[in-house]
Each structure stands twice: as C-alpha cells, then as structure tokens.
Design a protein around this ligand. Sequence first.
Ligand SMILES: *Cc1c(COP(=O)(O)O)cnc(C)c1O
Length: 952
Amino acid sequence: MEGIRQSISFADRHIGPNPDEVGQMLEVLGLKDLDALVDKTVPQTIRLKGSLQLPEPKSEYAAIALLKEIASKNQVFRSFIGMGYHDCITPPVIQRNILENPGWYTAYTPYQAEIAQGRLEALLNFQTMIIDLTGLEIANASLLDEATAAAEAMTMSYGICKNKANAFFVSKDCHPQTIEVVQTRAIPLGIDVIVGDFQTFDFQQPVFGVLLQYPASDGTIYDYRSFVEKAHAVGALVTVAADPLSLTLLTPPGEFGADIAVGSTQRFGIPLGYGGPHAAYFATKEEYKRQVPGRIVGVSKDSQGNPALRLALQTREQHIRRDKATSNICTAQVLLAVMAGMYAVYHGPAGLRNIAENIHNLTVLLAEGLKRLGYTIGSENYFDTLCVELGDRNLKEILQRCQARQINLRIDTTIGITLDETTTLSDVIDLLEIFALSDSLPFTVEELAPKSNSPLSRTSNYLTHPVFNRYHSETELLRYMHRLQAKDLSLTTSMIPLGSCTMKLNATSEMLPVTWSEFGKIHPFAPQSQTRGYQVLFQQLEEWLAEITGFAGISLQPNAGSQGEYAGLLVIRQYHQSRGETHRNICLIPQSAHGTNPASAVMCGMKVVPVNCDTQGNVDLDDLKAKAEKHKSELAALMVTYPSTHGVFEEPIREICDVIHANGGQVYMDGANMNAQVGLCRPGDFGADVCHLNLHKTFCIPHGGGGPGMGPIGVAPHLVPFLPGHSVVQMDANNPKSMGAVSAAPWGSASILTISWMYIAMMGGAGLTDATKVAILNANYIARRLESYYPVLYKGKAGLVAHECILDLRSLKKSAGIEVDDIAKRLMDYGFHAPTVSWPVAGTMMVEPTESESKEELDRFCDAMISIRQEIEEIELGKVDAQDNVLKNAPHTAESLITSEWNHPYSREQAAYPAPWTREHKFWPAVGRIDNAFGDRNLVCSCLPMEAYSQG
Ligand SMILES: *Cc1c(COP(=O)(O)O)cnc(C)c1O
C-alpha cells in the first residue's frame, strides 16, 4: 500500500554485513555478486533447483504473536506425575541473570579456559554440590538426561568390571524411560539387560553391574545395603539413580556403597519444558576418574601460581580417543548445570533441606488424609511420592475430578502422586477432595498431624563450602553471578569464530518464548490433549527441517549432535537387520572426522575402518572405493561430513555416496556444517540416507557455555519406520520397527525447539539462503585478507573455501618457536576468542565467522591476526626475545601488569593495548596461562578451601 513502507526485515538484523559491505567484500574477492560466489564454491551437480518451500518470513513482532497463539493451545495443568520430572521455582534472579542473559547463554564450551573462569567456577560449584549430595568423590559437569546418564553408567561399569559377565541388572522400580534407554543402548553392544525385582534377584546369572532407583519410581525408599553387598560380592558395580533433592534428607548413595550415582538436577530451578533441557549428573569414585564420561572441571594453577580452572583429564574424551572412546558425549547441559548449581548457592544447605522437608511434610499429610479416606498407600517409606491403591473406587470418576481441577496424576496399575517445591497446602486439599469424591472433606487438614517416616535419615553434612553459604541475599547473589559473568568472553564482547561450531547470532526474539510458562511448565508425560501447541510446533518444525534437508522423516528426540549420530547409526543398523543383513557392521570414517563419529559408531556395535584424505584434504576416492569393495559384504555405513571438516565442498560427493550404496552401505552425513548448505543444496538430494542437524549451530540455539543443544536427525523414506519412539508417550514413531528411545523425553529438549522455530519463521526460505551465502562470503573474505600472512590450508577448485577456512600456523614453530596455543592466548589480549585450535589438523586454526558478523567485526579480527603476525615476525628477525615476548606470556592479566617492577623487554601498553579498540573496551583475562598438566597430576574437581585464593 502506498505510504506504508516495509520495515527492516529480521534477515537484515540476523545477517551482519549490509548490502554495501557485501559489495565491498565481493570486490575484494573479485566477484560480481553473491551468486557468482556460490557458483564457484558449491558444485553445480548438487545445487538445489528452485528455492526452499517455506512460509513467508515474519517480522519479529509477528512471529512472536504467532508463536504465542500456538503456545496458547498448550494447557498448563498442575502435574503430580513425578517419574523424574518435577515442577519447581526458578528463582527470578537466576532466570533473568543467567537463563535470559546472553552473557551466560552465548558463551562457548570453556576450552579457552583463561577467558571462561566464570562458568568454570559455576560448574565447579555444580560438581561440588553433586559430590556432597551423593556422598561420592568426583562428579562431571553434566550429562544430557537421567536416562542417558544411566546408560553411560552401564557402559562404564562394563568397561571396568573384571568378572567377564555381560548382563546388567536393572531394578524394575527404575523410571520406565530410563529402563528403555538403557535397553536401547545395551542391544548393539550385546549386553543382556535383566529387568527384575532387586528383592528376589539372587545373582545366579553373573552381572557386571546393577542399576537401582532411589527413591524408587513409585516413591518407595528401599534400604539397598544388603543388595549392594551382594552385588559387590560378585564383583559387580552398583549405580544408583537418585533424586538429588531427596538426598538432603536421605543417606546418600556413596554412604551405602554405590560406585556410581546418576540423576537429573531438573528440580533445582530448571523449568520442566516438556522434557528439557535439564542437566543430568554423574558421580563416582576417584579411582574411576579416567573412565568418567563427559567433561570434568578441575583446579590447576596459572603462570602466576594462582588457582585457575580448566577442563581436566581431556585425554579421556572422545575427540582424543576416537574409536577407543567409551562415550560419545560432547555438548552437554552446561547452562542448566550452571543454573542448578546457582540454585544451591541461592538456597544453601539449610534452604534446600527446608524445601525438601516441606515437600515431605505435605506428602505425609496427604498420605494421612488418603488413609483416612480409606485408601491404601503402597509403601510406608517415601519422600515425595505416594502410590495409591484405589480398591473398589472408580478410576473414571477420579480422573474426571482431576480434569475439573486441572490436575495430572500418574495413572498406572496404581495411581502415583508426586509433590514438589510448588505444592501448597491448598493443592493437598484439592488432591484430597479429588480422592474423597466430594468437595468437602470429613476432616480438617489440621487434624492430620504429620510425623516423619524416613528410615534412612541423613547424618552427614553437605554444602558446607562458603560459596553455598554467603550469597543468600539477592544483592549478594546478583553481584556474585555478575562477577562470574564478567570473567567470561561471550558473543556479547566479540565474535567467536570457532570452526565447525557456528557461533552465530542467538536473537533475543528467538529466546523470549523459551521462558513462557505455556512451554516451560509442561510435564513431558502430560496427556497430549494438553500439549496441542507443542504438537503444532513439532509438526511445523519437522516439516521445515525436512524441506531444508530434503529428507522424508525427522526425529526431534536426540539431545545433541552426538546423540543424533548415535540415533542415526542405529536407524541404519535396524534397517540392515530388517533386511536380514545383521552382519553389516563396518563403518567407514574419513580420518578428518570429528571424534564423536567413531565414538558413536563403536557405541552402535560397529567396527571403524578409517579412510584416507588426500593432500587437498578431500576424501581419497581411490582409498574409499578400495575399502568399500573390500568390506562389501559387511559394509554398514559411511560417516561423512559435508562440506568436509576441511571447509571445502568436495566435488565428487555424489560419487562418494554412490560407491557406498553400490556396496550395500548407507550414507550417514554429519550435518554440523549445514550452515554452508541451507538453501543451496540438500543432503537428501545428493545421496545421504541420514543426517543430523545441530540446532545449536545452524539453527540458533545458543551454546550455553557447552550446552544445551539439540541434534535431530533427518532420514530418507526407506528409513522412516526405524526412527526413535518412546514407551511412555504415544508418538507417530512408535511402531514395531522403531529402535526404541534414545533420550528420556520423547521430543528431547522440547522447550528450546522454539528457538529454531522462531529463526526459520522469521528468516523464510530466501532469508535462510541469503544467510548461507553471506556465511560463505564472510569466510572467503577472511581467507583472502589473511592468506598472505597465514597460508589457507585447503581450498576448492576455484580457490575458494566454504563457510570456514583453515589457517596453517605450523611453519611458525620452526621460524619463531611459536605454537598455535601462543596465538590463541595472544588473541585474548586483543579481546578475541580463538578459532578452533588444532582440529581437524594439528597446528592450525579453523575460522568460521558465520553470517552474523559484520564486515567491521571481520576486519577487527583480521587486523588482530595480522598484528599478531607482525609480533611473530619480530621474533623471527631476532628483534625480540624468543621466550620473553608478548605471545609466550599471553594472556596478560591486569594483575600481572600492575606491578611495581616490570622486567619484560616489551611495554605494558604493548601487552594490554595492542589494538585501538582495546582502549575503548578492554576485556581482561581473569587468569594467566593455565598449566594443564599440573592440574591433571593433582586432580581436584570440587571447590577449593577459601585460603587457596588468598595466597597469590
Ligand atoms: C559439533 C560437532 C559434532 C557434535 O555435536 P555435539 O552437539 O557437540 O554432540 C559432531 N560433528 C561435528 C563435525 C561437529 O562440529
């Protein structure tokens, strides 16, 4: 309409460079327009004909309004379902200042520890909390959910146990989703899962481990001591899945002999979110520290001798151990672990105990009332969960009364009721009125004098460290959280150009819906009549992702890229089995692959055969052909990343896929690099059978400092019947051929799917395609600006890269004694986070700017890299000392510069203000260079006594 002008689109906000800047960058590359760039980088043979068929892009305002409408189709009932999920109160100070704060949620996994001390400290608090509550010696910094944590405990026990058994006992009293995920994991490894009654199991069949639930899924608190002794007597390891809140009152697993404890910290202030994201925990004994899955934060010291934190025992992890790895976990649940740890900091030991006691007392009250009403309660010993036997009462009538009061209970052969932090006395009255089948009770609740009933009262202290006892006023906590945040470099400071990790904009509009109660306060096992909004969200997102990837079916269940790999390979495994080809178990994986690839293959019971790369970094086609043919009869799959991990669109990708198919295999594509493909080509069109998408890379879910993430998979039509299902919840994927569940919740971390939905809804097909083009442009611009200073290792046919480029720094070692790490640390003095270091090629840096960075920011980064190259040249020319120089001593802390004596041959200004922008805004590294080896020799993974910080 005339007079009404189109306002600036969301795509223009998301994409960093404006049209003028795009023009300038194209000019530097000698190209006429973006299409010319795409024509030269993406092989013609795989280009998408036409454009993505997605809804028209919406403005931020309109998309929010539309999603609000969808959200309103969800009905928020009070859920007393339990089963490992509890409503809880997110302290508003934590919600606003962590969950909704880009200073926390846009940070990356803390590999560059000197500029990540804040979240490392928060994670150390989390580990300390878990160690204290479980009574075990060490804990990791989170896993994905309780069910996969239990499965990790099973495989760890399998590796450790010496009794040669291959059976794992799982108590039937575990949560059903946990049992299911453990079973899924066991099958490809040939582990026999025995689900049974721990009270009658006699260990006649040898087992390498056992899994118990504490309190049990129906609420009963069992005394497991004699069972644990029997398990240990046959050499089996004992894993206890425990509710951490109950452990404030109950004897912790470590004190009754458990070797491993796992569980979910969801009820420590994390919204239900229809299944996630939540942080699971994993704790064990010190002697098993090298077998622990996931990341462990440990204490070490920096170059000044001050305590400093970093990720410990890295050589355990899949990226180092590859096919020797016992776990593929990479992205975990850092942001949620930070929140859960802060919840403990906020409440302290007395506060947590108080919450637990309130819940327990209300539960006792409820039990007394139910008994007066003539009901039988399943057990005498419980914490927060009752199982109620109905006797001759009519279930239908009770359900109708629940419906009228908008209450959900756990309906099974008995009825389960689980209370939580949000439960009030009036909720208890509501529940009693439901079971009384009358709106007036024959007694008052005051008459029901609660008496405590726990046979296993905890006597040991917990959370005694000052950090859990000094920040209980909001002012103190706010400042503590802000202090930690200020130590961390996130996207709020500067670009984080991590190759393969796609640290793009996480727009505020995308983040807003995450904390809406219509999405947050829904139990994962709530009836689907209450989750219509979520069903619409899933259906639309699945359709859009299918269109973007060219696949027929999508599963939103896997909680990270690694889990997508695992699920995708299981789909392939099921497919072969369905055709009677059970012997197909060889997985070809190029040498350049991400460490999760071989680790996932091994978890699926496959044998990894590496494929060489040629001098151009491409898959060596001859080697691939030779190996595919050699293993023709056992070939299960190829795992391939596209564009390659070397940042190039390999020309013969179609041929690569054909070779695999011709030899009976399936093609698994690692979709971590999807940001280079969206709108330009589709894996489903050029030969891939399965592909995972990292929604926390390409589709804007923030990395959260190392999680959450989402790793849905797309599959070709012939693989759709094999997608993951779920035993608790009715979903389309449930069918006889389905592999079962790979996550605790049917749609994984459902609440953060809103972020990717918003992104796609606001970008539309054309916007997404433009984003891809600019991502490729930005990478090529950096490559062009830097290539005369640092050689660009691999390029495509036309001398161009895809959406990332590898800078070769290896010659600097010889010429100046400079290692890639020295440059990474020196970048901190310039206010930048280093690119990906030494992967996929040792001694290099892989730079991925993404489309969200403006030309100005790209130039600043390039200027920093060029300036560092000049600093190195001074060493090469012998003008400055080879040891005592700005690179070797980087990063420079304020403390190290503000000393009365200064003995270095360079000035303090050179150290701290190497570029003009650092004077305008200086990001100070919190600690000097960290000594990794020291910390691994002296492993400490819980909070240090305060004295440690005062020495200096
Ligand atoms: C990030 C990444 C993965 C793993 O994804 P997570 O979500 O961390 O498990 C796998 N492959 C490649 C190439 C990646 O970049």
